[in-house]
Design a protein. Sequence first.
Length: 157
Amino acid sequence: MAYRQVLGWLTVLGAVIGLLLMVAEPMVLPPDDGEDSLFVRVALAYAGAAGGAVTGLVAGFGVLALLGPWTWYAERTVASRAWVAAVGAAGGAALVWVGIGLRTYGAFVSWEIWLPLCGAFALVAAIAAALLTARAARREDDKQHRLQQQEPSQGLL
């Protein structure tokens, strides 16, 4: 299936974005006590990459979970497949960050901080998934079109 590449690219993209966010974070916000050592900054960068990769992986599974039933029976347009993928990726990314917020703070989650954070990650995942899925869908359609052209005609001898 052509859409497995979307899962892989979302995972890689999530890891890169997570890494970059954690590397740039000390430049924007002053580090807390104990966060100024090189070891801690490197550990935070790895944690950011891991968090981004998990977000991308779950978003990718959201894409596959919705695209499978959507494309099973009928020919769908590239745009419709991209929209369905965007919804799946946004749902997966938001689910990860709601889970992180609940796991970290329990019932005392500061939703005014976590909901915009979830929304931002969901938006990035949705945009990336829509673009990657549109590309994969066009490739799949071109491949199917070429296969249909190669089949011999069904005319009489």
